[in-house]
Design a protein around this ligand. Structure first.
Ligand code: SF4
Ligand code: SF4
Length: 301
C-alpha cells in the first residue's frame, strides 16, 4: 500500500468517527504506533465458526496482507497466523507479560464444557482470564462474543459471551461490543484504530456498542422503508419490490449500520440481496424457537 492509499484509509476512518477529515493524521499516527509494536493486537477465539475472521479477510481497503503485516501488529490470530504449537504459546505468553495489547475475542466462551476449547494444554478459560487481565481493552468481535450467539442458543451448552465471562470472573476492563454474525470488518479495524489514536473507547451506547456502527434500528435507514410506509410487502421471494417485514425481517428491532456500510467491501447487505434481516446483531439472536429466524412477526403470538 502506498502512502496515498494509507492516508485515504485513515481519512475514511476519521470521517466515519468524527465526521471530519481533521483527525486523519491522528489515525495515521495510531497505525504507525501499532506497526512499530507500541500496541499489539492479540486475537483469541472461543466457540466460533470463524465468520468474523473471514469477514475481516474480506475487509474494505486496505487489503488484508497490508492490514496484518504493516498496519495492525497482529501478534497472533488463530485463523490467519501460520504459527503453530510451541511458538503460539511463546507468542501468547510474551503478550501476557508485555501487557500492551488490545484483545480481540471472537466466539463464545465454553463456561460449562471447559474442554470444548483449549490452547495447548490449557483450557481457553484459563488463558482468557489472564489475557483479559493483561490487556488494555477488550473488543468483543461478533455476536457470540458480545451476547453468546449461536453457541449459547441452547442453554445446556453453558456457552456465554466474553462480556458475561468478565462479569462472572470479576474482570474489570474497558470493553466494546461489536455484534453481527459476522460483524463487518470496518467495525473492527475502525474501533481498534480509534482506541489507539485517542487512547480511549469510542462513544458507546448503553450496551457498549459504538454509536457510529450501531446508530439506529436498521429499519430507519433501510432502502425499502418507503415500501413499508406504503404497506407493500413481499410474501414470496420471487417478488423483488416490497418490504420484507412479512418474511420475518428483524430490521425494525435490530440496531446496526448494515444499510449504511454494507458488507464485503461495500458490495451488498441482506435486504439488498432480497433477504430479510434476521437480526444477527440483536442481543436476542438466534431467537427462541417459537419466534424462529424467518417467522412473520404478525404470526408470533
Ligand atoms: S425490509 Fe426490513 S428493514 Fe427494510 S423497511 Fe422492511 S421491515 Fe424495515
Ligand atoms: S441486516 Fe440484519 S441479518 Fe443482515 S448483517 Fe445486518 S443485522 Fe445481520
Amino acid at each position: 500500500m502506498d502512502r496515498r492509499e494509507f492516508l485515504k484509509y485513515c481519512g475514511k476512518i476519521s470521517l466515519l468517527f468524527t465526521g471530519s477529515l481533521l483527525f486523519a493524521e491522528d489515525i495515521a499516527r495510531a497505525f504507525v504506533k501499532i506497526a512499530e509494536g507500541a500496541v499489539n493486537i492479540l486475537w483469541l477465539q472461543g466457540q466460533a465458526c470463524s465468520g468474523d475472521s473471514v469477514s475481516l479477510l474480506y475487509g474494505d481497503s486496505p487489503e488484508v496482507p497490508e492490514l496484518i503485516t504493516s498496519i495492525i501488529n497482529l501478534r497472533f490470530h488463530p485463523v490467519v497466523s501460520v504459527a503453530q504449537g510451541e511458538l503460539v504459546m511463546r507468542i501468547i505468553n510474551q503478550e501476557l507479560k508485555n501487557k500492551d495489547y488490545i484483545l480481540c475475542f471472537e466466539g463464545a466462551v465454553p463456561y460449562k464444557m471447559l474442554g470444548a476449547c483449549k490452547i495447548g494444554e490449557f483450557y481457553l478459560t484459563e488463558i482468557l482470564k489472564k489475557a483479559i487481565s493483561s490487556s488494555i481493552a477488550v473488543v468483543a468481535v461478533g455476536t457470540c462474543s458480545s451476547y453468546g450467539g449461536i453457541p449459547a442458543a441452547n442453554k445446556e451448552t453453558g456457552a456465554i459471551s466474553v462480556v458475561e465471562f468478565m462479569k462472572r470472573e470479576g474482570l474489570n476492563k474497558p470493553y466494546v461490543r461489536l455484534p453481527g454474525c459476522p460483524t463487518n470488518s470496518i467495525r473492527v479495524t475502525g474501533t481498534v484504530a480509534y482506541i489507539v489514536a485517542f487512547e480511549k473507547l469510542p462513544a458507546l451506547d448503553t450496551d457498549n456498542r459504538p454509536i457510529l456502527y450501531y446508530p439506529d434500528v436498521i429499519h430507519n435507514n433501510c432502502q425499502r422503508f418507503q415500501y413499508f410506509s406504503q404497506d407493500r410487502y413481499i410474501t414470496d421471494y420471487n417478488q423483488k419490490r416490497g418490504c420484507l417485514f412479512k418474511m420475518g425481517c428483524r430490521g425494525p428491532i435490530t440496531k446496526a449500520d448494515c444499510p449504511l456500510r454494507r458488507y464485503n467491501r461495500n458490495t451488498s447487505w441482506c435486504v439488498d440481496a432480497n433477504g430479510p434481516c434476521i437480526g444477527c446483531a440483536n442481543p436476542k439472536f438466534p431467537w427462541p424457537a417459537e419466534t424462529g429466524i424467518y417467522t412473520d412477526p404478525n404470526r408470533i403470538k
